[in-house]
Design a protein. Structure first.
Length: 282
């Protein structure tokens, strides 16, 4: 089946060099996306959640932030398709002394126990499903009646020039780098507001609200070269080129990011959707 092949591709991607790159750059990425931790943790506190699922948890930043805020009366679970990132999240929880569970699984197909979670959250972790309707229906199956769904996803590529700076700068040097396909699993899969609404409605969620938000973010300047060379489409393409081309690409892309540099950080606004919904009461 076509869907099966796509899921296998995502699993291979995040259980291979891309997953390791995320682990290796975890500190800088967590710094960059830190504002979203507070946003989702605040929501968990406001909801008085007792059982939380963090979808696409990566190395655990959001799961652990929520667990810290909710304390011992709540159970927090992070789930990710990447075994190596889940292992990193477990080690991080133990190291930081935070009580949370982490599960290696595909949220689209995982056999969740029904009616388990009263809050499901995600920070940029739900755009990679090959069949998003199936995935969100599966998450609804795991949700209790009237449970809340709250996630952050990127708006379109055109709204996020920082996020496409490296590939636009590198494209002339990397002619084999695949172009992004609208709607395909990936960073901007939910760029279309109407698509999100349709996916959630078709998968059985109610009271759907989709709000555009612009969030100030910062990436430490020393992390820029790794960000260019190891993450995203450019990072994938650079695995296939010689050292000279790699150096030219990094230098060219680094120059393109100069306009974002302010002191010790690159600063930009992340153009996102804040999406909320509710599991029906019956």
């Amino acid at each position: 089946m076509e869907g099966s092949r796509t899921n296998e591709a995502q699993s291979a991607l995040w259980n291979g060099p891309s997953g390791q790159a995320w682990i290796d750059t975890q500190r800088a990425l967590d710094r960059m996306f830190e504002p979203f931790e507070a946003l989702l943790a605040d929501a968990a506190v406001a909801a008085s959640a007792s059982s939380v699922l963090d979808v696409g948890c990566g190395t655990g930043a959001v799961t652990l932030a929520i667990a810290r805020r909710l304390g011992a009366h709540a159970r927090c679970t992070g789930l990710d398709i990447s075994a190596q990132m889940v292992a990193a999240a477990r080690a991080r929880a133990q190291r930081e002394g935070v009580d949370a569970d982490f599960v290696h699984a595909d949220a689209q197909t995982h056999a969740f126990a029904p009616d388990r979670f009263d809050l499901i959250v995600s920070r940029f972790g739900v755009m990679f499903f090959d069949d998003p309707v199936q995935a969100f229906a599966n998450l609804r199956h795991a949700a209790r009646r009237n449970a809340q769904l709250r996630f952050v996803a990127w708006r379109g590529a055109a709204d996020n020039p920082f996020m496409t700076t490296a590939e636009r700068a590198a494209a002339p040097l990397l002619p084999a780098m695949p172009a992004r396909q609208p709607g395909a699993p990936g960073q901007f899969a939910f760029g279309d507001r109407q698509r999100i609404a349709s996916v959630l409605s078709d998968s059985g969620w109610a009271d759907i609200a989709i709000e555009p938000i612009d969030v100030a973010c910062a990436l430490p300047v020393p992390a820029l070269d790794d960000y260019i060379a190891r993450l995203g489409p450019v990072g994938l393409a650079l695995r296939q080129v010689d050292d000279a081309t790699r150096r030219r690409v990094i230098e060219t892309a680094r120059a393109a990011f100069e306009r974002y540099v302010q002191g010790a950080n690159l600063r930009f606004d992340a153009a996102c959707w804040l999406v909320t919904a509710r599991a029906p009461s019956a």
